[in-house]
Design a protein around this ligand. Sequence first.
Ligand SMILES: C[S@@+](CC[C@H](N)C(=O)[O-])C[C@H]1O[C@@H](n2cnc3c(N)ncnc32)[C@H](O)[C@@H]1O
Length: 246
Amino acid sequence: MEGAGASGLSEENAFAARLFNGLPDRYDLLAEVLSLGQNRRWRHQLVERIAAAAPKRVLDVATGTAGVAIALARRTNAEITGVDLSAAMLEQGRERVLGAGVDDRIRLDQGRAEQLPYDDGSFDAVAFTYLLRYVPDPAAALAELARVLRIGGVLAGLDFAVPSHPFWCAVWWAYTRLGLPLAGALLGGRAWYDVGRFLGPNISNYGKEWPVVRLREAWRAAGLVEVEARSMSLGGGLLMWGRRGA
Ligand SMILES: C[S@@+](CC[C@H](N)C(=O)[O-])C[C@H]1O[C@@H](n2cnc3c(N)ncnc32)[C@H](O)[C@@H]1O
């Protein structure tokens, strides 16, 4: 596999696995607190996009501790499959799925977004959250997500973004460079301090390299049509969705 080591993992995969294997215990609480409550709102928008298509089979990629998968199970009647690179995040996810009483409708698999272990067109809808910043080639990952989506099915993805208004961009910069590492350290210890330090520059670099206009092109090149993007929370979040064309 190009760009991947003997383990089958790329450098980016190995980095993500190391980063997230240390986080699952407090992930759900800290994801809400450190996003200042925005994660829940954004996730709700993503789930509504998927639910509107009344899917029967849904894939949630980079499912982590299965928060999106559980929300999808509550909001739809679909059978949900969650897939993630990190065994530790999935373990926590399985506990959460059991606790939520939706284990009969959610299955969690370990796997890479770049090489999904599913047949072409297996799903009516595919969701992904906070994924593309962790893959070596976001355009190739999008093409792989589109591959497992049936023709006419919905793809919806969510990620952090950098506000474009100079004032809000300055506030965002101060929060991500100072507030986030400090709050991470106080609430979650060393592992969350490291995440806090990593996230701001990671989101900034990704935003520079993959502005919305380039992301739209990548979605279209992956075979998606009717591609839409919605900026949320003063530009701090970005939701994109589209349908797989014929
Ligand atoms: C910030 S967490 C988001 C988890 C979940 N989507 C949520 O919103 O709570 C990012 C997740 O992406 C997973 N991940 C990173 N790179 C991946 C890849 N190449 N394939 C599958 N999962 C990946 C990580 O293991 C981690 O669980």
